[in-house]
Ligand binder design. Structure first.
Ligand SMILES: [Zn+2]
Length: 271
């Protein structure tokens, strides 16, 4: 472990069991120790990609069985587009997984990759010069963890999340309705982790910020809450545009328009 630089900090997403309505992000050093938000030493993380770096490429190394590949691609593109459209960054998908890319997305079945913690959903490393972990985003797809990923985290029939304790078509005897369980909101997770990849720390103040360290569930009473993109104009977006440039006014207007029509129904045809 000693060969890790102390500059290697990653953010993991963990399930908060005390409040089953939220998942929390925690910052840890590469050796697994938790980084206290206060003792990082400064308000902002000290590193950003060089200003001339505007083009990023990303690829899937593998996929989760939870969503159709087309749906996964769409969810990641929604997340990257939301940042692309407000900054000068261009984030391009690389279809050929043998090619080198700036960002790699991997779904890992081995729980060792997450320090044997079943509660970790995903993690990414904050940018650090010369770190081999730059751009690495890893998702916990271990069978023990029983995460089930959907684009927006909508409720899914229980057996899809946990086929040991639930069977297909299982209904709640009190209501006669299908038993539904939580799924994980991929778009939000990717936006947050990509913020870290670009070198953003958490925003502890603005609850709607994509960099706020916890994400509340995106649904209530089996209904998905439609808001998924955060126009946190006082928070993450200015921090990103300050370092990575501001998109032209036209791009921003287009994106506002686009974000309004991004709804659960956008994905329904792929379900
Ligand atoms: Zn985080």
């Amino acid at each position: 472990m000693s060969n890790f630089s102390s500059d290697q900090v990653r953010c993991s997403l963990v399930q908060d069991h005390s409040k089953n309505n939220s998942i929390n992000y925690i910052l840890t050093r590469a050796d697994g120790t938790i980084v206290n938000e206060i003792n990082i030493g400064q308000e902002e993380w000290k590193y950003r990609y060089p200003p001339e770096k505007k083009l990023f490429s990303w690829k899937f190394i593998d996929h989760t069985p939870d969503m159709r590949i087309k749906v996964q691609l769409r969810a990641f593109q929604e997340a990257f587009n939301s940042i692309e459209k407000v900054t000068k960054l261009k984030i391009d998908f690389q279809k050929d997984y043998t090619k080198q890319t700036d960002i790699t997305v991997e779904w890992l079945e081995s729980i060792e990759s997450f320090d044997n913690k079943l509660s970790v959903l995903a993690h990414a490393w904050l940018y650090s010069p010369n770190s081999r972990k730059n751009g690495v985003m890893e998702f916990n797809d271990s069978p023990e963890s029983k995460w089930f990923f959907t684009p927006l985290g909508w409720p899914v029939p229980a057996y899809r999340v946990d086929n040991v304790n639930y069977h297909k078509g299982q209904t709640d005897p009190r209501t006669g309705k299908l038993v539904m369980l939580a799924s994980q909101p991929t778009v939000k997770i990717v936006m947050h982790e990509f913020g870290h990849v670009l070198g953003l720390r958490h925003d502890l103040i603005h609850k709607d910020s994509m960099m706020f360290p916890s994400v509340s569930r995106t649904y209530k009473n089996n209904k998905v809450i439609k808001k998924i993109f955060y126009w946190d104009s006082v928070s993450s977006i200015p921090r990103l545009t300050q370092d990575y440039g501001t998109a032209g006014i036209l791009a921003r207007i287009m994106d506002r328009w686009r974000s309004r029509r991004v709804r659960e129904s956008t994905y329904k045809r792929y379900a």
